[in-house]
Ligand binder design. Structure first.
Ligand code: GUN
Length: 282
C-alpha cells in the first residue's frame, strides 16, 4: 500500500506555477485573484486563509473582501460587478456556503465566466460536460493530478464516485469519463452501495460523512481517493474513509489531511494563472 502525498504533489505543482507567474511578470503580465467571504464560518475562514497564503507564495496579487454576515444581495452583486470590470483582477472566487438569506446561484451566475476560477458558472460547467474546458473544477482536477502523479492508469478502469455534488461528485465523474474510465456515480439513494463500490478499481469518496467507507466496501488492491473533510467531536479532522482499516486493502490511498485538500488550492492557483494568460491573449 502506498500513501499518496498530496502535500508534496501540491508543493511541486505550486513551485511550477511560481516559476510561471515570475515568467509572466517578466513579460509585464501580473496575476490577480479576488476572494470574497461572507460571514464568519470557521471552516471557510481557514480555506480562505490558505488560498491567500498560496497566492503570496506564488507571487499572485490577492485581495480579500470579508463581508459581514448580514450583507445583502445588492451589495454582493455590486462588488462582483466591479471586480468583473477590473483589469488587475483575473480571478474571482466567492467562498461557499453563503449565509442562507443569500442566493448562491445568482452569485455564481454573476461572476464573469472568464474570471470564474472555481469553474462553478453554468457556462464553465457546460464546457466541462463537452470536454472543452478552460478552467478545471479545482477539487476534481486535483484528484486527477494525484492519480497521474502516482502513475495510476485510468483508461478502461471501473471508477466509482460516491457523492453527486455540483462541486465535486458530478465534475469528478466527468473528468474520469473524459479519460475513458467506466464511471458509476453513487449517492444516498443508491441500493446495495457496498456491492457497487467493491467493484471499483478507483474509488472516490465525496460524501461528507466521517469514516463512511469501510473495508467491506473496497476491493483488494483498489485505489482509494478521500475527498471528505469532516471534523470529529474531538476536533480532529478526518476524511470519508476509515483510513486505518481501509488502507490495508488498497494499492494507493490518500490521507486526510494531506491528500486531496492541498491539491484543491494548487489547482485554484493554476486556474488563476490560466485566467490571467487568457485575459492577456497568451
Ligand atoms: N466551498 C467548499 N469548497 C469550495 C470551493 O472549492 N470553492 C468555493 N468558492 N467555495 C467552496
Amino acid at each position: 500500500m502506498k500513501i499518496i502525498d498530496g502535500k508534496a504533489i501540491s508543493a511541486k505543482t505550486k513551485e511550477e506555477l511560481r516559476l510561471e507567474v515570475a515568467a509572466l511578470k517578466e513579460k509585464g503580465v501580473s496575476v490577480g485573484l479576488a476572494v470574497i467571504i461572507v460571514g464568519d464560518d470557521p471552516a471557510s475562514r481557514v480555506y480562505v486563509n490558505n488560498k491567500k497564503k498560496a497566492c503570496e507564495l506564488l507571487g499572485i496579487y490577492s485581495e480579500e473582501y470579508a463581508l459581514p454576515a448580514d450583507t445583502n444581495m445588492e451589495s454582493l452583486l455590486g462588488l462582483i460587478e466591479e471586480l468583473n470590470t477590473r483589469k488587475d483582477i483575473n480571478g474571482i472566487l466567492c467562498q461557499l456556503p453563503l449565509p442562507r438569506h443569500l442566493d448562491e446561484k445568482a452569485v455564481i451566475n454573476a461572476i464573469s465566466p472568464e474570471k470564474d476560477v472555481d469553474a462553478f458558472h453554468p457556462v464553465n460547467v457546460g464546457k466541462i460536460m463537452i470536454g472543452d474546458f478552460d478552467f478545471l473544477p479545482c477539487t476534481p482536477a486535483g484528484v486527477m493530478r494525484l492519480l497521474d502523479e502516482s502513475g495510476v492508469e485510468i483508461e478502461g478502469k471501473n471508477c466509482v464516485v460516491i457523492g453527486r455534488s455540483n462541486i465535486v461528485g458530478k465534475p469528478m465523474s466527468m473528468l474520469l469519463l473524459h479519460r475513458n474510465a467506466t464511471v458509476t456515480i453513487c449517492h444516498s439513494r443508491t441500493r446495495n452501495l457496498s456491492e457497487v463500490t467493491s467493484k471499483a478499481d478507483i474509488l472516490v469518496a465525496a460524501v461528507g460523512k466521517a469514516n463512511f467507507v469501510t473495508p467491506d466496501m473496497v476491493k483488494e488492491g483498489a485505489v482509494v481517493i478521500d475527498v471528505g473533510i469532516n471534523r470529529l467531536p474531538s476536533g480532529k479532522l478526518c476524511g470519508d474513509v476509515d483510513f486505518d482499516n481501509v488502507s490495508e486493502k488498497c494499492s494507493f490511498i490518500t490521507p486526510v489531511p494531506g491528500g486531496a485538500g492541498p491539491m484543491t488550492i494548487a489547482m485554484l492557483m493554476a486556474n488563476t494563472v490560466t485566467a490571467a494568460k487568457k485575459q492577456n491573449n497568451l
